[in-house]
Design a protein around this ligand. Structure first.
Ligand code: FVH
Length: 293
């Protein structure tokens, strides 16, 4: 790993989509020598003007530096891009969104080809990259030694959070957090749908929604406590029996407002099933047991 005159590790980056381009600009701005490759070469033109070296092929880009960061659309594109690349002795960091199983298979694939491997899951959108204090970060898992070796370089575009030696755990954390986010968006979509036909300004509802969701979010700590202790009644102030009794009001309100219950209904159904098992004194943690296995 040869550093440049100011001690910055050279980086190869494969993929110049929205996220790859943001990553590239962050490393260039921080003074890292950067070699880039993109399947569609035109996307590299602006970065060449900003100081990046543009490789004609992915194999040439990988050969240019020890550290290669990959940020492509999906696991299949990683296969295609790296098909002809020589990976012996390379440090491969894959930020492409993948499943945990794909990440583990990719780690094994890299090992068989003589490369060290680190998997990443990006918890940021492109405008957050390279901008301090936006809260963006990247989960990493796989080789701890590789993570420590490149920690400073990987920390340039966004914060870094190492979540263990299992290469699949970065992807798992990534997908877990994003799944929770989609659940939140689903709830917000239902809320906006409820007021859609009324004389209520969505812009007036938005801050109320944001504040309420923020106030409720810490409930996840109680859920974690329940899962650890196995006692799902610990500290419960709004029990399942009461909450299930309230669900017809939510469904009737949706009907009155002409709103489909298709987002909320499945969650209520799980709550009802858990209650039917005799878990009325619990909170909502028991729903998790119904989802697993
Ligand atoms: N953008 C975002 O908000 C999210 C934030 C969280 C993390 N994701 C993940 O980051 C990966 C890259 O996302 P992206 O935003 O850069 O995606 P695109 O702008 O669509 O660019 C896709 C790049 O992948 C290249 N590509 C696609 N298929 C192939 C292939 N078969 N072989 C080689 N390269 C391929 C594509 O090249 P081109 O279309 O320009 O030729 C782009 O470079 C992703 O995993 C997100 O889930 C982003």
């Amino acid at each position: 790993m040869t550093r440049n005159a100011v001690g910055k590790t050279p980086v190869t980056l494969l993929g110049l989509g929205a996220m790859g381009t943001a990553l590239a600009r962050a490393w260039l701005a921080a003074g890292h020598p950067l070699t880039v490759w993109n399947r569609t070469p035109a996307r590299a033109a602006a970065l060449a003007a900003e100081g990046a070296r543009v490789a004609d092929t992915a194999a040439e880009a990988v050969a240019a530096n020890t550290l290669t960061v990959v940020c492509l659309l999906d696991d299949t594109s990683v296969d295609e891009a790296l098909a002809g690349a020589g990976l012996v002795g390379r440090d491969l960091v894959n930020l492409t969104t993948s499943t945990p199983a794909q990440a583990r298979a990719r780690a094994e694939w890299a090992r068989e080809r003589g490369a060290r491997y680190l998997d990443g899951g990006i918890m940021a959108v492109p405008p957050m990259i390279g901008v301090p204090d936006t809260g963006g970060y990247v989960f990493y898992s796989g080789s701890r030694e590789l993570f420590e070796r490149h920690r400073a370089t990987l920390g340039v575009p966004a914060g870094t959070t190492y979540v263990g030696a299992d290469a699949g755990h970065a992807a798992l954390h990534d997908v877990a957090l994003l799944s929770a986010m989609y659940g939140m968006f689903a709830g917000a979509a239902h809320a906006f749908a409820l007021i859609r036909e009324e004389d209520i300004d969505p812009a007036a509802l938005a801050p109320l929604l944001a504040d309420w969701l923020t106030a409720m979010a810490p409930a996840v700590h109680q859920t974690a406590g329940h899962l650890r202790s196995g006692d799902y009644t610990e500290g419960v102030v709004s029990n399942l029996a009461m909450q299930v009794a309230g669900t017809p009001t939510f469904l009737r309100t949706a009907e009155e407002q002409g709103v489909s219950p298709e987002l909320l209904g499945p969650y209520f159904e799980l709550m009802r099933r858990r209650l039917a098992e005799g878990s009325g004194e619990e909170g909502l943690t028991g729903v998790i047991d119904l989802l697993v296995g």
